[in-house]
Design a protein around this ligand. Structure first.
Ligand SMILES: NC(=O)C1=CN([C@@H]2O[C@H](COP(=O)(O)OP(=O)(O)OC[C@H]3O[C@@H](n4cnc5c(N)ncnc54)[C@H](OP(=O)(O)O)[C@@H]3O)[C@@H](O)[C@H]2O)C=CC1
Ligand SMILES: Nc1nc(=O)c2c([nH]1)NC[C@@H]1CN(c3ccc(C(=O)N[C@@H](CCC(=O)O)C(=O)O)cc3)C=[N+]21
Length: 297
């Protein structure tokens, strides 16, 4: 059997088209243009690429992109002062502080300054709490995008065994909450989990968000399972194949050994072209949602 490849780019395109239509309607009916502010501290090259791509996608959807690039030496107080200024700026509907932040800055302290109604990453205590309680929340983009991709191949997740590898605040934990809300039986595995391979083999839905290149092998996967590969790992690519994504001497791989997994799984997301594009699409969706809700629409 060869797995169905889930086309994240195509699904993301349809989400972005919907957002663009919503943005156009908001401007026509209410004269409002949503604005997304992205804060980047330091010069991490990968983060610079993401931030640039987010800016392009934001403008393509018809929204305003406000980019704040701060030096790596910027103090925590300065970052917090900026976040407070963005909270008070009526032109700003969404605020995203790119992670990771430099070591001298406490990410929690910064994130908890973000107005929960502008928290398009869904990282504040208020939104994380609302998600766990099943209330209306701004939901983290990568988990939200992962669920949309699962739904393209599985109409009803009710009763399915879902395993999430990873328990970060950005990905693993909120994804487990969303799968639970879809009535899955959810297991969260992490670096202390014993017998992680055996745990994975029980999964009808296996989501990997670990950050270790190709850690999930073919024999970790239950035949026919839906595999969502969230990992984005840049590895050396000395061979420089025809892969157009290969830049310089590196290439992107996920947390799943794709070639082995596709022989076993029922459906699988590729890297690149899987969850990554959905993260950006859902960020735009959250920004539109935040803009509407903030005005009571
Ligand atoms: N596609 C996208 O849009 C996005 C992709 N990512 C990618 O997803 C991956 C995960 O990101 P993020 O959640 O932020 O990463 P973190 O580093 O914050 O979390 C990694 C998690 O994996 C767990 N872990 C580490 N080693 C193992 C192991 N051997 N077996 C099982 N679990 C393990 C850790 O466990 P413990 O808690 O015990 O340390 C931790 O919970 C990265 O590759 C990142 O680049 C991230 C965001 C968006
Ligand atoms: N506050 C915060 N929120 C985030 O959501 C956040 C963050 N910080 N820090 C870093 C991670 C990572 N992340 C990605 C977004 C898009 C792609 C993406 O579009 N990937 C393309 C490939 C891009 C490439 O070629 O490099 C793909 O998978 O097809 C990947 C990763 C968001 N993150």
């Amino acid at each position: 059997m060869s797995a169905k490849i889930i086309d994240g780019k195509a699904v993301a395109k349809s989400v972005r088209d919907d957002v663009a239509a919503g943005v156009a309607a908001l401007e026509k009916d209410h004269g409002l243009v949503p604005g997304l502010a992205v804060v980047l501290v330091g010069e991490d090259p990968a983060s610079q690429v993401y931030v640039r791509n987010k800016g392009i996608a934001t403008r393509e959807a018809g929204m305003r992109s406000i980019e704040h690039k701060l030096r790596a030496e910027t103090s925590q107080d300065e970052v917090i002062a900026l976040v407070r200024r963005l909270n008070g700026d009526d032109e700003v509907d969404g605020i995203l502080v790119q992670l990771p932040l430099p070591d001298h800055i406490d990410a929690n302290a910064v994130i908890n300054e973000i107005d929960p109604d502008k928290d398009v990453d869904g990282l504040t205590e208020v939104n994380a709490g609302r998600l766990v309680l099943g209330k209306e929340a701004l939901v983290p983009c990568t988990p939200q995008g992962s669920i949309l991709l699962i739904k393209t191949v599985m109409e009803d997740m009710s009763g399915a065994n879902a395993v999430v590898l990873g328990r970060s605040i950005l990905v693993g934990k909120p994804l487990a909450s969303l799968l639970l809300a879809e009535h899955c039986t959810v297991t969260t595995a992490h670096s202390r989990t014993r017998g992680v391979e055996e745990v994975c083999r029980q999964a009808d839905i296996l989501c990997a968000a670990v950050g270790r290149p190709e850690i999930v092998k073919g024999d970790w996967i239950k035949p026919g399972a839906v595999v969502i590969d969230i990992g984005i790992n840049r590895v050396e690519a000395p061979e420089q194949g025809p892969n157009s994504e290969a830049k310089g001497k590196t290439r992107l791989v996920g947390d799943v050994d794709f070639d082995a997994a596709r022989a076993v799984a029922g459906a699988i997301t590729p890297v690149p072209g899987g969850v990554g594009p959905m993260t950006i699409a859902c960020l735009l969706k959250n920004t539109l949602t935040a803009a509407r809700r903030r005005r009571g629409l």
